[in-house]
Design a protein around this ligand. Sequence first.
Ligand code: SF4
Length: 369
Amino acid sequence: MKKVSFPHMGHAGIAFKSLLEDLGNEVIMPPVPTKKTLDLGVKYAPEFACLPYKIVLGTYLELIEMGAEVLLAFDSYGPCRFGHYSHLQFLTLKNLGHDVEVICFGYPKREPIEFIRKLKKVSKHKSTIKCLYEFYKAFKKGWEKLKALDYMEKLSHKIRPRELKRGTTTKVYKQAQQWLDEAKTYSQIAEAKEAGIKAFNDISIDPEREVLKVGLTGEIYVLLEPASNLEIEETLGHMGVEVERSMFLTGWTQDNLGSGTQDHASAIEAAKPYLPYKIGGHGRETIGHVVNYAKRKFDGVIQIAPFTCTPEIVARTILNKVSKEHDIPVLTFFFDEQTAKAGITTRLEAFIDLLRRKRLEKNQVAAAI
Ligand code: SF4
């Protein structure tokens, strides 16, 4: 049995692990990216590659050190650079002398035969029918876990800004992740989810606390991987801000592999007057989400993206107009290896201060009418 692994992306690894183990693999869980991971990636990546490229390359190098023999990657098509990335990373690994097998999965709808061929490499079942049947079963269970994990994360966004003891929500969220990781059957997943919900409900909160509502949107990797965005959601929660993130892996999977979500369709529609075309990455969706957050009367929106991410740079230029026309403050962070948490926190504090004053003014006007 070969040792298989994949890049770290938030809690998604727990679901990937479940899926790959059910297919008969020994899984090495990718470590949470650290400064050492990024330094490794930066050392061997082209200077202007996006931050996710560098973090993922650093992760692969760490995984090889941990004994991984097969690395999984995910491919894309279209205008952004993502389509080249896994191929370049594997060339780099090869040039560094690492004899590791790399399997890069594209969209199954677009290349079904190729998808099955690659799937067989990570399945103990070599007949196509058996392999697909086992994949279906493993995917269904992994999906159940992923839905529960996303649900836990949404709960953490709601509860953290209201918690009485700072840090309790983060602890409970980590515990819930562990319970879901340990769950092996459907009934255990359901029990772990229930226990997680109960643990969140048991957190002492101040229900009267006035919290701001801020939308978080931007590029998928920095949205889903807290290590890449320097734990921005946690920082905002501790500042008394309820975050609503525009993307979760369950939603992304439905949008890209299934029939699509209403949320995504509505964002594309809302972006139309500003950007009617797909420009790669999630640039168009970012614009649509800002419009929708404004319509839902959010206090503000934060766009996050890797430095040099072209789709988000295009979106950023358009967001000036969206912000003015929809009267919603928008703050943008571009992350790279130079970005420090202290700098982000200072800018967030100033932004939150502005949002509080704006809300106060609105309340005063409403009271005077
Ligand atoms: S979406 Fe942005 S960060 Fe992601 S690969 Fe494309 S250019 Fe890079």
